[in-house]
Design a protein around this ligand. Structure first.
Ligand code: NAD
Length: 512
């Protein structure tokens, strides 16, 4: 693989790697040990980044608390204007940031650029929303009284994010949190620190141009110990956590213990039902993109295909053919379809899952394996594979963050829906059908139990306009569009008496 140059992009994003590869982009509050960011694309060290330790974290919180006192005074539409400016900066830096996302995380360049586009889209959405933080008014039962409800900011919003969407998830949270009047402390995945530094640097430009106090957007580059500190910190009013169900279970419990608020966006185990009435061409495109896009490392990746027995062989044969045409390699080369996994630990999990699946009786119709050779020096490139399985296998019930696709055969739609729902997770789901009755049943109360249910679209690639998130072990949280902003505010009911009497509610008399 020819060497990939990212240094010019990093420089434009304010990240210098001159001191023996040490990032000097963000020296602020980072006296902890250094972590090294290697690219899964070519295995090269991109930079080492100093982390924040426990004392640094406390300093960041103190700064955020101060900033909040000022920031909450700025009217919401003016805060919206700051987010508009941030969105415009992202437009300027889209190419540089998209390339860094691709190189540091390993997703395709198109997906890296798409992630930055999602950031721009949520900023646009948040700008409009900043004039629409509406509450209800209601009629009081008492004469001369007025009742209404309003929404106030929460304070500090903590965002803990996963490696697979290293920039977009933060922006979904931050853009809404800001227009609602909150300040944000972000602890990104330690696997993608440079993407986070780049985002912080871009925001800092807006802050400087508008004479904003420091502390509206804060970054803490650190491992899970500081994540845990943040989760247990009473000063963090809302913790928005995106990551595995394993960690989310701990985060949810600890935040609830201190009566904090949380948004949990955890693992998925997403399925597409392909019925006897499906458009098979569309089904194949949706299934292949959903299963191998981002090398199967999307929370919404398609992990299971539940296929009607009458079209099973046709779908299976066409999938085998399509997988035979997949090009695996450098994700910055747009002719490749599949890039690397994030690191060697992820490769090991992929291999272990294949072994477990075989041990349980899985029949691999497209074999997996780790790729070797000049184009695959990082050791992180794997072959997307397909296995025929039973839904009850322990490994099928589990989210493996890799391109392994499971095929399951069904006879009736009720049976297919039961299979689709019979996993612990409840994030995304889809049905491929041209039959209205099948589609409506799937979307009904008796249908999919997921937070996202699609018709004739695959499981991945949600738009920011809708509320995003899932049920059961996916955590129940919602991010992004619709009325999700309410998570980032506290609700207050107000009653005003404009008479000279004090009538009590429920007709109660209290004569003195
Ligand atoms: P992960 O759970 O290993 O890590 C996520 C974040 O949690 C990281 O920043 C990590 O440092 C931090 N962390 C780890 N232990 C912690 C602790 N005890 N306290 C506080 N923070 C802690 O997840 P990952 O491997 O980075 O990401 C992949 C997972 O994320 C998959 O399960 C995927 O489905 C999920 N995900 C879900 C969504 C969604 O919206 N539902 C979106 C993206 C990713």
């Amino acid at each position: 693989m020819s060497s990939i140059s990212i240094s010019e992009n990093l420089k434009r994003l304010g990240i210098s790697t001159e001191n023996n590869g040490t990032s000097t982009g963000l020296d602020f509050f980072s006296s902890g040990k250094a972590i090294e960011s290697y690219s899964p694309v070519d295995g090269n060290l991109i930079a080492s980044v100093k982390t924040s330790d426990k004392q640094d974290y406390e300093k960041v919180v103190a700064k955020a608390e101060q900033a909040y006192l000022e920031f909450r005074k700025i009217p919401a539409p003016k805060r919206g204007d700051l987010v508009r400016q941030f969105g415009n900066k992202l437009r300027e830096y889209k190419e540089d940031l998209g390339k860094l996302v691709s190189y540091e995380m390993g997703k395709s360049l198109q997906e890296g650029l798409g992630e930055v586009q999602e950031m721009i889209d949520i900023c646009d959405f948040a700008v409009g929303l900043s004039r629409q933080l509406h509450g209800y008014t209601m009629h009081s039962e008492r004469p001369g009284h007025r009742m209404y409800e309003q929404y106030h900011p929460l304070g500090i919003v903590g965002v803990i994010s996963a490696f697979n969407f290293p920039v977009a998830v933060w922006s979904w949270n931050a853009a809404l949190a800001w227009i609602c009047g909150n300040v944000v402390i972000w602890k990104p995945s330690e696997k993608t620190p440079l993407c986070a530094i780049a985002c912080q640097n871009i925001f800092n430009e807006v802050a400087k141009e508008n004479d904003l106090p420091e502390g509206i957007s804060n970054l803490v580059i650190a491992d899970h110990e500081i994540g845990d500190q943040l989760v247990n910190d009473k000063k963090i009013a809302l913790v928005s956590f995106t990551g595995s169900t394993r960690v989310g279970r701990i985060v949810g419990k600890n935040v609830a213990e201190r009566f904090g608020k949380s948004i949990l966006e955890l693992g998925g185990n997403n399925a597409i039902i392909i019925t006897e009435n499906a458009d098979i061409n569309m089904s194949i495109i949706g299934a292949v993109f959903g299963a191998v896009g981002t090398a199967g490392q999307r929370c919404t990746s398609t992990r299971r295909l539940i296929i009607h027995e009458s079209v099973y062989d046709e779908v299976k044969n066409r999938l085998v053919k399509a997988y035979g045409q997949l090009k695996i390699g450098n994700p910055l080369d747009e002719t490749n379809h599949v890039g690397p996994l994030i690191d060697k630990a992820a490769v090991k999990q992929y291999q272990d899952s294949i072994e477990k699946c075989k041990a349980e009786g899985g029949n691999f119709i497209v074999e997996g394996g780790v790729l070797e050779g000049d184009n695959y020096n990082s050791g992180c490139y794997v072959k997307p594979c397909i296995a025929e399985v039973e839904n009850s296998y322990e490994i099928v019930q589990h989210e493996t963050f890799a391109p392994i696709l499971y095929l399951i055969k069904y006879k009736t739609l009720d049976e297919a829906i039961a299979i689709q729902n019979d996993v612990p997770q409840g994030l995304s789901s889809a049905i491929m059908t041209q039959n209205l009755r099948e589609a409506e049943l799937f979307l009904s109360h008796a249908g999919s139990d997921c937070g996202i249910a699609n018709v004739n679209i695959g499981t991945s690639g949600a738009e920011i306009g809708g509320a995003f998130g899932g049920e059961k072990e996916t955590g129940g949280g919602r991010e992004s569009g619709s009325d999700v902003w309410k998570y980032y505010m506290r609700r207050q009911t107000n009653t005003i008496n404009y008479t000279t009497n004090l009538p009590l509610a429920q007709g109660i008399k209290f004569d003195l």
